[in-house]
Structure formats: structure tokens, C-alpha cells
Ligand binder design. Structure first.
Ligand code: HEC
Ligand code: HEC
Ligand code: HEC
Ligand code: HEC
Length: 217
């Protein structure tokens, strides 16, 4: 009897703790954790042979001057671009451009992590560093990218105006404009700068909330 009386408050505290901390509730951005780049796998200082003595984080991807790409959406890019040809989900889709090409400049599993700032002779690819998160060059078995979002098919695809907010109540799932077309790209689902929800997602994958932002199912 005594053990039951002692057990109950402990259980209650545990239940309260899981509700107050750590439970992600899809649709309630107040419950989405925030983990900035420094504490995420996108802090490339975590990788032997790539880490910098000065501990800079942004420099693997961005530079304040002399960016490697020109034009409006170049985001001051500083990492060597992938030179691979990709197999797309749909054979009619364009090759990756813009921010998706930026992601694939590491996630192709070919371009070295330490090829940045004008250096193209880096030696450390995610593969040689023993990592398993390469998307690779065959994108035919991945969710389609480089595709126009069907904005006038409400029976199957939700109005982008209804996309819900993400971490810190910032942008959630979003379309990326390339060649004046609103498209689905890597950055539609992923937030390269924040890993609070894991896998750098904009909104929770729990209950397939991410998928249901776009797919009316
Ligand atoms: C692993 C690569 C990577 C790292 C590291 C990185 N970024 Fe980015 N950043 C990107 C990519 C890719 C884009 C373009 C795609 C997008 O906007 O989602 C971008 C876009 C941006 C933009 C323009 C769009 C926006 O979100 O406002 C800013 C500003 C920016 N980054 C700042 C930073 C700063 C500051 C740091 C360091 C604290 C940093 N980034 C670290 C990859 C990176
Ligand atoms: C400068 C190189 C670089 C660029 C550019 C880059 N990444 Fe990464 N990314 C990495 C590395 C390195 C890891 C960690 C790999 C590991 O630990 O297995 C990683 C991990 C990830 C992960 C897994 C995170 C986790 O929780 O395990 C995702 C998802 C991801 N990246 C998506 C993206 C997307 C989307 C873009 C473009 C918007 C991008 N990355 C751009 C290097 C990069
Ligand atoms: C339609 C949404 C969507 C798009 C578009 C998308 N991803 Fe993902 N990605 C996800 C989800 C969801 C996960 C987590 C998968 C899981 O939990 O099994 C993920 C996981 C990942 C991982 C981690 C995989 C691992 O094995 O740990 C990487 C790396 C990644 N994505 C990179 C990319 C890159 C690069 C692109 C563009 C070429 C891209 N993603 C496009 C939704 C997407
Ligand atoms: C940013 C919006 C968006 C998100 C988020 C998204 N999708 Fe998609 N998805 C699309 C679009 C657009 C297409 C391609 C439509 C076309 O061109 O036929 C597509 C295609 C697909 C297809 C292939 C359909 C076919 O006919 O070949 C599947 C399956 C799918 N998505 C499942 C998912 C799942 C599962 C998730 C969550 C992990 C997800 N999607 C997240 C927009 C999205």
C-alpha cells in the first residue's frame, strides 16, 4: 500500500514533465524546439579534417565577399558547386538549380565538404568521413524536386496560403521560386539553419503533418 502512495506522485511529475518539455504538438509552434547551426550536424567543425582553427560556422556555405555564384539568389554562396548529373524522379524535370543544387554540393556524396572559399581540391566527402546522410546522385527514389507546385488543384494540393508556420513561428513548408515558377525544392521541407525538429525539417513529421501541408489527403 505504501509503495502505491509513493509511486503516484512520481508518475504525476513524470507526466507533467513530458507535457511541459519536449512534446512536439504539430500545429503549435510554441512546442517546436529550436537548435541553431552551431549545435547541429551543419556545424562542419564537427568533422575531422574539415574543422577550422577559428571555429567559424557560416564560412563553409557563405562568404561576405567574393561569392562563388553571381545573381540575385546567390545567398553569398561559398561552397564548390556539384558537377554531377542527377537522375531525377521525373525524366522531364530540370537538373537541380538554385538552393537545391547548393544542398547537393555536399549531399551528392561526391563533392568534398572542405571544398569552399575557392578551393576545389578538398579531400573530405561525407562518404570518406564515414557518414550515412548522402542523398547521392540518383534522385529517382527521393521525393520529387524541381517540380512546379500545382496551385490550382485544390482537390489534391492545398493552397500555399494555408502553409502553417515553423520553428520560432517563422516560415514553415514553403515553395521556392526558380525561373519565375513556384517549385518544390529541398528547402521546401528542410530548414538548413535549424535542427530543432530533427532532419532540419520546417514543421513536424509527427502525424505526417509535414506531408499534409501540401497533400490534401
Ligand atoms: C550547411 C550550409 C549552410 C550553413 C553552415 C549556413 N547556411 Fe545560410 N544558407 C544555406 C543555404 C543552402 C541557403 C539558401 C536556401 C535557403 O534559404 O533555405 C542559405 C540562406 C541563408 C540566408 C538567406 C535566406 C535566409 O534564410 O534568410 C542567410 C541570411 C543565411 N543563410 C545566413 C547564414 C548564417 C549567418 C550562417 C552562419 C551562422 C549560415 N547561414 C550558415 C546554407 C547554409
Ligand atoms: C557544406 C556542406 C553541406 C551543405 C551545403 C548542406 N549540408 Fe546537409 N549535412 C551536411 C553534413 C556534413 C551533415 C551531417 C552528416 C552526418 O552526420 O551524417 C548534414 C546533415 C543533413 C541532414 C541530416 C540531419 C540530421 O539530423 O541527421 C539533413 C536533413 C540535411 N543535411 C539537409 C540539407 C539540406 C536540405 C541542404 C540544403 C538546403 C543541406 N543539407 C546543405 C553538409 C551539408
Ligand atoms: C517533400 C519533403 C522533402 C523534400 C522535398 C526533401 N526532403 Fe529530405 N527529408 C524529408 C523528411 C521528411 C526527412 C526525414 C525522413 C525520415 O524521418 O525518415 C528527410 C531526410 C533527409 C536527410 C537525412 C537522411 C538520413 O538518411 O538521415 C537528408 C540528408 C535530406 N533529407 C536531404 C535532402 C535534400 C538534399 C533534398 C533535395 C535534393 C531533400 N532532402 C528534399 C523531406 C524532404
Ligand atoms: C511542399 C509541398 C509538398 C510536401 C511538403 C510534400 N509533398 Fe509530396 N509532392 C508534392 C508535389 C507538388 C508532388 C508532385 C506532383 C506531380 O508533379 O505530379 C509530390 C509528389 C509526391 C508523391 C509522388 C506522386 C506521384 O504521382 O508520383 C508522393 C508519393 C508524395 N509526394 C508523398 C509525400 C510525402 C509522404 C510527404 C511527406 C514526407 C510529402 N509528399 C510532402 C508536394 C509536396
Amino acid at each position: 500500500m505504501r509503495s502505491v502512495i509513493r509511486f503516484t506522485p512520481v508518475l504525476l511529475v513524470m507526466v507533467l514533465a513530458t507535457t511541459a518539455f519536449g512534446q512536439i504538438i504539430p500545429g503549435d509552434p510554441g512546442t517546436y524546439p529550436s537548435v541553431s547551426i552551431a549545435g547541429s550536424p551543419h556545424n562542419l567543425n564537427n568533422f575531422p579534417g574539415v574543422e577550422r582553427a577559428d571555429g567559424q560556422i557560416c564560412i563553409f556555405c557563405h562568404t561576405p565577399h567574393n561569392a562563388l555564384l553571381a545573381g540575385e539568389a546567390n545567398v553569398l554562396w561559398n561552397h564548390a558547386e556539384t558537377g554531377e548529373t542527377f537522375t531525377m524522379y521525373s525524366s522531364t524535370a530540370d537538373q537541380p538549380e538554385g538552393s537545391s543544387k547548393m544542398c547537393l554540393s555536399c549531399h551528392d556524396g561526391v563533392t568534398a565538404l572542405d571544398s569552399y572559399g575557392g578551393t576545389t581540391t578538398g579531400g573530405t566527402t561525407p562518404l570518406t568521413a564515414g557518414l550515412s546522410t548522402n542523398v547521392g546522385t540518383d534522385l529517382s527514389d527521393d521525393h520529387p524536386i524541381c517540380i512546379a507546385y500545382p496551385t490550382s488543384d485544390p482537390a489534391n494540393y492545398n493552397d500555399p496560403g494555408t502553409f502553417a508556420p515553423g520553428i520560432n513561428s517563422g516560415p514553415g513548408v514553403r515553395l521556392v521560386q526558380i525561373n519565375s515558377v513556384d517549385r518544390v525544392e529541398c528547402a521546401s521541407c528542410h530548414n538548413v539553419h535549424n535542427n530543432g525538429l530533427g532532419d532540419f525539417l520546417h514543421v513536424p513529421i509527427q502525424e505526417s503533418y509535414l506531408c499534409l501541408q501540401c497533400h490534401n489527403k
